[in-house]
Design a protein around this ligand. Structure first.
Ligand SMILES: [Cu+2]
Length: 357
């Protein structure tokens, strides 16, 4: 309490001194004895403005060039090129506007520094200038937004009918990946069935779920549209595949999607970059908890034939985990599960490259 009282007294004393000081300035202004001491500080600040403009601008230019390849990985999808074009047009327009306005800001701060006897020119209003600096940015912004809206509508529109379907589910802290299997239909998953083995919560009483298979890597064929269906099991995540210029939120309780067509296989990209260890990545781009930084999966772009072979060689979740099936049977003795019939049908089916939906 004593400390609080002393602090309060000190603060109040400071306020009183401040007010007295201001009062003294006011009285000197009104009595006509007030003189402002400008000194060196004004011109020093004016020069620092120029130093900041040149120094800051050079540092920005250097770091931009130095990190350009890290910020801008090579494009490996069809829509990625359209997106790049849009991005760089927008960057050029706002970059030029930014450079002009910032240069003027700092140069004028220098040029119009305090000078004895100089008075500011009073400029109230000019309709012509108002119209020019309203209409031109409005037209430019409208054009950019319209072009962006058109591109975005095209990119996020419905996936082509012959798309390959992959579903990814974000969870703290990795991506679960599953494919629809030979029937090309993703089976039902139910969060109530999730456990240590059945991470997806496959409901194996659904015929379409029987041939679904899970993988740790995402495989996609080159030149074929790929539809990524996206879920989250816990918190907000985001599917981010920088080389394909793909980003979409993974939202708990609200499936999202994104489709794209890869154009460069992993092998081709390795050769192009001269890096035999290169891999495309599917990273999480939404801070989702302690190990967010490590939440990523590898994406392999195969030639269509290789993709088909890989697809055909995969074992379904139900085949790999017979105990899940057995437990389900045990749980629902009364439930009729047409396992045998379904498995036969699946084996007889060809391995189409594309999904039927
Ligand atoms: Cu995440």
């Amino acid at each position: 309490m004593t400390v609080l009282t002393i602090s309060l007294v000190l603060v109040l004393l400071l306020v009183v001194f401040g007010l007295l000081f201001r009062l003294q300035i006011f009285t000197s202004i009104f009595s006509g004895t007030f003189t402002r001491d400008i000194g060196m500080s004004n011109s020093v600040n004016a020069i620092l403005m120029l130093v900041f403009l040149v120094g800051g601008g050079s540092w920005f230019a250097y770091s931009f060039v130095e990190n350009f390849s890290k910020m801008n990985p090579p494009v490996a999808s069809v829509h990625g090129h359209q997106m790049e074009r849009m991005f760089w047009i927008t960057m050029a327009v706002i970059g030029v506007a930014f450079a002009i306005t910032q240069t003027l800001l700092f140069v004028y701060s220098y040029k119009y520094q305090y000078k004895e006897g100089r008075r500011a020119y009073f400029f109230a209003h000019n309709n012509k200038i108002e119209v020019i600096w309203t209409i031109i940015p409005a037209i430019v912004m409208a054009a950019l937004i319209f072009a962006g809206w058109k591109a975005w509508t095209r990119i996020t529109g419905p996936a082509p009918k012959d798309s390959v379907v992959v579903e990814v589910m974000g969870k703290q802290f990795n991506w679960l990946v599953r494919y629809p299997g030979r029937d090309m239909k993703l089976g039902v998953v139910n969060y109530r069935m999730i456990d240590a083995v059945n991470e997806w919560g496959f409901d194996l009483s659904d015929k379409s779920a029987l041939d679904d298979f899970t993988t740790s890597e995402v495989h996609v064929p080159k030149g074929v549209p790929v539809l990524i269906k996206i879920r989250s099991r816990d918190v907000l995540h985001a599917v981010y595949m920088p080389h394909f210029r793909v980003q979409m939120y993974a939202v708990p309780g609200m499936p999202t999607r994104f489709w794209f067509t890869p154009t460069v296989t992993t092998d081709e990209m390795r050769a192009k970059l001269g890096n035999p260890k290169f891999n495309y990545e599917l990273a999480c781009n939404q801070v989702c908890g302690g190990s967010h930084f490590a939440m990523k999966a590898t994406v392999i772009v195969d030639e269509p034939d290789d993709y088909q072979n890989w697809y055909a060689a995969q074992q379904s979740f139900s085949q790999k985990n017979p105990e899940v099936m057995a437990a389900l049977k045990q749980k629902a003795k009364t439930m009729v599960i047409p396992v045998a019939a379904a498995t036969k049908e699946i084996e007889a089916a060809p391995v189409p490259l594309a999904a039927s939906y």
